[in-house]
Design a protein around this ligand. Structure first.
Ligand code: SAH
Length: 386
């Protein structure tokens, strides 16, 4: 097996439990192996630190897989996958659940979501992608799904030198796939929907937000209505806004499927929509803000801060006194501290006092690894605007 030497800084990170080593911390002793190879990672003094996926083309050059010398064969992966599934307990068979959450489950850059009896997976690094067939065989064996869908079309694959691809790799896909969440049926399109079809990380936040819904509610960046449907139970009316026509078409299907009558949808750019509401003096009792990630790159944090500040400031302005703002950020490079600072600035500019009622994150099937701050990518805070 090829060996890769890392410097003191990389060594300390790995020893502290971080699963990534950046290119700048790799000491080029031998020519680096080809993308996707499994390598032995050595620290200063050639001390063995574990095994990693290596991709010399990626800024994230090493992704730690194991701290032992155990071969990464079918048996190894079978144990890892089975353990990850077992940690989810017994989720309802007709629901949506993330069964493998990448590094947090010891499977770097591997995602596995289950929607009813359909599995959707992603292998987002060269190392993970090399084991794709092994994984698919094990998913079959361990879960016997009706279908397995590959959603390897996110742009992060470009950074690994991998092609973007998607398709049904096993079984027949019964469309629409229907799942239950919070007492509602939602349709999922694992091939065409965003991410793997739904935003499962927000599932529990939909229900939490609904507890504060009353009167007039705005669900901005609604996608297929995860927040809107949950909120409809307690609100008089919900307005769901998104810029994606297919997302809103799916939302309309979800409304009719569930006989929900008090949600209307509107196709618009979220920034423009908020500004126009503010200019018209429209008021809401609750606003749910769940924008797409604004920071895809660590170098663009400034632009993201402005984006988050603008939408949160406008949302605060259009809330009635005592109204509730459920505000989310899902950018890996936008830390909870940055989020808090941005909200503080927005509250200062609106001269409204703000109470923090709940600081929530992703649902527990998307676990945060304590030693991997990047896995704490989702914030969902519930605020009261006085
Ligand atoms: N709240 C949803 C997930 C939202 S994901 C849920 O819990 O299921 C972010 C959404 O923002 C996507 O549906 C995307 O279509 C939408 N979007 C992206 N850019 C937008 C923009 N500029 N204006 C309005 N919507 C936008």
């Amino acid at each position: 097996m090829p060996q890769v030497l890392i410097n003191q800084k990389g060594f300390q990170r790995v020893r502290a439990g971080h699963p990534w080593v950046f290119r700048s911390d790799v000491v080029l002793k031998d020519p680096l192996p080809e993308p996707g190879s499994v390598v032995s990672v050595l620290g200063p003094g050639e001390k063995f630190l574990g095994q990693a996926f290596c991709n010399p083309r990626s800024q994230i050059t090493l992704r730690m897989v194991s701290r032992s010398r155990e071969p990464l064969d079918g048996e190894f992966w079978s144990k890892r996958i089975a353990a990850s599934i077992a940690r989810r307990g017994s989720p309802p068979p007709n629901g949506g659940v993330r069964l493998i959450h990448g590094e947090s489950d010891g499977m770097p850059s591997v995602i596995l979501d289950r929607y009813g009896d359909v599995l959707v997976f992603q292998t987002l690094s060269a190392g993970a992608d090399r084991f794709k067939e092994t994984f698919v065989d094990l998913f079959q064996k361990l879960l016997q799904p009706a279908a397995i869908v590959e959603r390897n079309d996110p742009p992060v694959r470009d950074l690994e030198g991998l092609v973007r691809q998607k398709g049904i790799v096993a079984g027949n896909l019964p469309l629409p796939v229907l799942i239950q969440e919070g007492g509602f049926a939602f349709s999922v399109d694992p091939l065409e929907g965003q991410k793997t079809g739904l935003f499962l990380d927000q599932a529990e936040n939909h229900l939490a937000a609904a507890r504060y819904a009353r009167g007039r509610v705005l669900d901005l960046f609604s996608y297929q209505g995860g927040f809107a449907l949950a909120a409809s139970q307690h609100a008089e009316e919900v307005l769901a806004v998104d810029s994606s026509a297919p997302a809103l078409a799916a939302l309309q299907d979800n409304l009719s499927r569930n006989g929900v009558k008090n949600v209307t949808s509107w196709e618009a750019n979220g920034f423009d929509f908020l500004r126009e509401c503010d200019e018209r003096g429209e008021k809401f009792d609750a606003v749910l803000l769940d924008p797409p990630p604004f920071v895809r790159d660590r170098r663009n944090v400034g632009g993201a801060v402005r984006g988050y500040k603008e939408i949160n400031l406008r949302a605060m302005k259009i809330l009635k006194p005592g109204g509730v703002l459920v505000t989310c950020s899902c950018s890996q490079n936008f830390t909870p501290e940055m989020f808090e600072d941005t909200l503080r600035e927005a509250s200062r500019d609106t001269r409204r006092e703000v109470q923090i009622l709940e600081r929530r994150g992703a649902a527990p099937d998307h676990p945060v690894l304590l030693t991997f701050p990047e896995s704490n990518y989702l914030q969902c805070w519930i605020l009261r605007i006085l």
